[in-house]
Write a protein that binds this ligand. Structure first.
Ligand SMILES: Cc1cc2nc3c(=O)[nH]c(=O)nc-3n(C[C@H](O)[C@H](O)[C@H](O)COP(=O)(O)OP(=O)(O)OC[C@H]3O[C@@H](n4cnc5c(N)ncnc54)[C@H](O)[C@@H]3O)c2cc1C
Length: 447
């Protein structure tokens, strides 16, 4: 077997520490029991081009990771070559042009903190650790995304190494097919993104949150109210409900109703606060905060309370526009056998407007429900792993599809793009990666 000669590091199956190095790429500690043939951490673009040449000559497929936050360990494929882009973690901010060039290995939360310090903003991920590589490709539901758009809508170009080893730029006017694909294909993208060119925003004048917390006995009232008020909740609010067996980490089973707000004026802030302030059920909440202004660090810390590290996770999701009467029996069922915290059920009030951009991303709906079961001991895998998958199977008749962000495509196939967009993506792939060098999603619907 020939050798892979690169400036960066290479670790192969027979090397000491290989298993640990591969498992260290995963946020979700569930071992998919699939191992690449080797992992390369390129130091520069030439290393990526050389790895592509090597993969072709050895007839191996390629997977890529940046931050390793794919819940389904999408980048671990048996016998393939894994390109680990975590080292591409530098960025340049151009405050005058309100743009940035960002490596795929940049951690979104850290970068957003830096932007914030410079009075700038970008709809980066809610959680610490998620890297911009996978996040931007799949859509990117980030802070203030209801107002600023999906993160991928704010990508203005990419630098990418293609399956034929070319290093090119793609944008609306250059290699526009690749640019179209890179905004929504997620783990089905067929190229190695080396740099994203992004549009930046001004930091909102007011950032903070209002929280109401309810005992689980009010489940029906809380979700009925959330459903009714949802369509009129201003875009400056990321209205969401989180059900868990330990709300705010100290209490018992209940529902945290959170309204993070990003407002550009006092007037917008007042308008955003009103629906929580006027909530007819708010007296039943045992915790009720006013609007508490915070920085991004505090917001990230709050969310991370629900996503601790070094845990095993079973995750699945659905978009829906079902009626609340259709959804309620299932919400009650999920509550009954919800695994212990930090497992939780997230209800996100999305209600998208009309998307102005033509891009691969094409599937969303009024409400987003995602289930996260979590456990600390390998022995509990059997008990909790299927909870999310099972509920999403049982509710699939109410689902219009899934978000790739929380995909579970190794356990359950579901739609994640509109059919005509998936077809177009297939056509682009046939041209750009005719030998299917790059592994795609674990599974996909037929079109
Ligand atoms: C704790 C947690 C919180 C999350 N919060 C959010 C959230 O708030 N909003 C949201 O939208 N999503 C969220 N996600 C989902 C997350 O955005 C996706 O899993 C995303 O793919 C992670 O990006 P990554 O680079 O860290 O992961 P990776 O696992 O490294 O990447 C996922 C896939 O993207 C592709 N990919 C990655 N880098 C490249 C590259 N450079 N070139 C080509 N292809 C590449 C590969 O196919 C790879 O398998 C969260 C996930 C976790 C685990």
């Amino acid at each position: 077997m020939q050798e892979l000669k690169v400036k960066g590091s290479v670790i192969t199956k027979n090397d000491k520490g290989f298993n640990e190095a591969i498992m260290a790429t995963l946020f979700n500690k569930v071992d998919p029991r699939k191992r690449p043939f080797l992992m390369v951490k390129p130091q520069n673009t030439e290393d990526i081009i050389e790895t592509i040449r090597y993969a072709k000559s050895t007839e191996k497929t390629i997977s890529i990771c940046s931050g390793g936050h794919s819940w389904s360990a999408n980048h671990l494929r048996e016998g393939s070559i894994l390109i680990n882009m975590s080292g591409f973690n530098t960025y340049e901010i151009n405050k005058e042009a309100m743009t940035a060039k960002v490596g795929p290995g940049v951690i979104g939360s850290k970068w957003l903190n830096e932007l914030f310090r410079q009075d700038l903003f970008f709809p980066a991920s809610h959680c610490k650790g998620v890297c911009l590589g996978g996040y931007l490709l799949q859509g990117g539901f980030g802070w203030n995304s209801r107002k600023l758009g999906l993160a991928c809508e704010n990508v203005i170009g990419i630098d990418v190494v293609t399956a034929d080893g070319a290093y090119i730029h793609a944008s609306e006017t250059e290699n526009s097919d690749l640019f179209w694909a890179a905004r929504g294909a997620g783990s089905g993208f067929f190229g190695v993104v080396v740099c994203f060119h992004l549009k930046l925003f001004k930091r909102p004048e007011y950032c903070g949150s209002i929280t109401h917390v309810y005992d689980i006995k009010y489940l029906e009232e809380v979700y009925r109210w959330a459903y009714e008020v949802g369509p009129s909740v201003p875009k400056a609010v990321e209205f969401q409900l989180l059900m868990s067996r330990s709300v705010l980490k100290f209490f018992g089973m209940g529902i945290e109703v959170a309204a993070p707000i990003f407002a550009d004026s006092k007037e917008e802030l007042e308008e955003a606060k009103a629906f929580m302030h006027n909530s007819p059920i708010k007296k039943k909440a045992f915790v009720r905060t006013p609007f508490v202004p915070t920085g991004m660090e505090a917001m990230h810390r709050f969310v991370m309370g629900h996503f601790p590290e070094n845990q095993y996770w079973g995750v699945d999701n659905m978009w829906t526009s079902a009626t609340i009467d259709e959804l309620l029996p299932y919400l009650q069922g999920m509550a009954k056998n919800l695994p212990p915290a930090p497992s939780h059920m997230l209800w996100l009030n999305w209600h998208p407007g009309v998307r102005k951009q033509d891009m691969a991303f094409s599937l969303e709906d009024k409400i987003y429900i995602s289930l996260f079961s979590s456990w600390t001991s390998h022995a509990d895998r059997r008990k909790y792993e299927k909870w999310a998958t099972d509920w999403m199977k049982w509710t699939s008749h109410l689902s219009s599809g899934i978000q790739l962000a929380d995909e579970n495509l190794h356990n359950r196939t579901a739609s994640f793009l509109a059919n005509d967009h998936l077809k177009k993506l297939d056509e682009i792939r046939t041209i750009r990666d005719s030998d299917q060098l790059f592994n795609a999603w674990h599974s996909r619907p037929q079109v």
